[in-house]
Write a protein that binds this ligand. Structure first.
Ligand SMILES: Cc1cc2nc3c(=O)[nH]c(=O)nc-3n(C[C@H](O)[C@H](O)[C@H](O)COP(=O)(O)OP(=O)(O)OC[C@H]3O[C@@H](n4cnc5c(N)ncnc54)[C@H](O)[C@@H]3O)c2cc1C
Length: 386
């Protein structure tokens, strides 16, 4: 039986472990933290927050893979009345519909955007500057970047299409992402994967192929390879709970600047105690901007979408997520230009900032599958992808 070591027990590491074990390998996972899940962890409660606003997009390859293994679990659908409470801030006021110019970018006739041009320049040619800026800011929901218009047009267009799709691609596992992580961990256990938590790896093992399924920052340190870098976002995370009041928005998307605030209890009542609503927001920050600036912008969106929230506040927390929200591609680059998965000598990378396609955690998923395929393919094992 072939052996494989997986470093990191987040979404990528668990995907890699299950895939390798299903292919017949003997797998050991080392996770530095005392629980599995990484950035896909959910707080225990009473406010069951994910690390910032999190949705599982059903257009990605991970969806079918998770479904087939019964790992998604019960979903929390958004009631239509709540979905109708999506609001867009445009020119300082809350609106129900996007500006007409922005919609021009979503028309069927619009071809693939170029890789080499920035999104704002390309989109302005189709929708005018106002429509282009609104579209770029709307994409912040899946980009977590302070200037989405400056990124590669092809990269942003894919996110715009997926984030604006109807019916929406965004789905919510009931109870947060923790349920998915727990089910993945249970399947790994049943497949005989050995999981060692509180097991930080400082030196790469040399006796088995290794999948390094950590953040790219951690992989850079572990492999002592300064070339392991790629741009990502920096964003303020604002989590709060308020006493319930009829008429609160479901979500507020800022089209005047990047930012997104969502009331997660609209679809999942289990996330906060009875009578309270859990709201999570993210406001992308420029490299020189302070957390206080992000918080102030979040409070402005809260004032618009959740009147009286200050008087109703029962709990609050703020943080900055720096480089934790996946890869972004600058003009002239695609996912193929990111750090390659095969590092030589039986070491393979998996994670959300490496050379694999997809949106956010889908990059972790796709890279994990490919890393295992490369790691085990060498030994002539058949990888069961289905
Ligand atoms: C604010 C925010 C919002 C997001 N929203 C979404 C969303 O809506 N949809 C979506 O699909 N994705 C979203 N994401 C992205 C998603 O959370 C990540 O892409 C995904 O969780 C990354 O998984 P991973 O396994 O690649 O990395 P991680 O989750 O970072 O896992 C790496 C693991 O490796 C461990 N580790 C590190 N170093 C070592 C070591 N030396 N030894 C042993 N273990 C080690 C860490 O403890 C960690 O558990 C969001 C992320 C953030 C931060």
């Amino acid at each position: 039986m072939h052996r494989i070591t997986v470093i990191g027990g987040g979404f990528a590491g668990l995907t890699a472990a299950i895939t390798a074990a299903e292919a017949g390998a003997k797998v050991t996972v080392h996770e530095a933290h005392h629980t599995l899940g990484g950035r896909a962890r959910t707080a225990d409660g009473p406010y069951r927050t994910n690390e910032g606003p999190h949705a599982l997009y059903n257009g990605g390859p991970h969806w079918a893979w998770l479904r087939r293994r019964d790992l998604i679990g019960p979903l929390a659908p958004i009631p239509p009345l709540e979905a109708a409470r999506l609001r867009l801030r445009h020119k300082g006021a809350l609106r129900r519909t996007p500006p007409f110019a922005m919609l021009k970018l979503l028309r069927r006739g619009v071809g693939p955007a170029p890789v080499d041009t920035d999104f704002l320049t390309w989109a302005t040619g189709i929708a005018g500057e106002e429509g282009a800026r609104a579209a770029a800011h709307y994409c912040a929901v899946a980009l977590f970047h302070h200037d989405p218009g400056s990124l590669s047009a092809a990269f942003v267009q894919e996110r715009l299409r997926r984030a604006a799709k109807l019916p929406p691609e965004a789905h919510y596992p009931r109870g947060g992402w923790a349920g998915v992580v727990d089910r993945m961990a249970a399947l790994a256990w049943n497949l005989g994967v050995r999981v060692e938590t509180l097991s930080r790896v400082d030196t790469l093992p040399t006796d088995t192929p290794v999948v390094v399924a950590t953040s790219l920052d951690a992989a850079r340190r572990l492999l002592d390879d300064p070339t392991l870098t790629w741009p990502s976002g920096r964003t303020t995370l604002v989590d709060l709970a308020v006493r319930t009041r009829r008429g609160d928005a479901f979500a507020v998307s800022d089209l005047d600047a990047p930012g997104w605030i969502e009331r997660f209890t609209a679809q999942d009542r289990t996330l906060a105690p009875a009578g309270e609503q859990l709201i999570q927001g993210q406001i992308p920050l420029a490299p020189d901007a302070s957390k206080a600036e992000g918080v102030a912008r979040a409070e402005h969106l809260l004032d618009l979408g959740f009147p009286g929230w200050r008087e109703r506040l029962t709990w609050r927390r703020e943080a900055v997520a720096n480089g934790r929200t996946g890869a972004v591609d600058l003009p002239g680059t695609t996912w193929r230009d990111r750090p390659a998965l095969d590092r030589g000598d039986g070491v393979y990378l998996a994670g959300d900032q490496v050379a694999a396609p997809g949106l956010l955690s889908e990059v972790s998923f796709n890279s994990a599958l490919t890393a295992v395929s490369l790691a085990l393919g060498r030994h002539g094992l058949d990888l069961k992808r289905a």
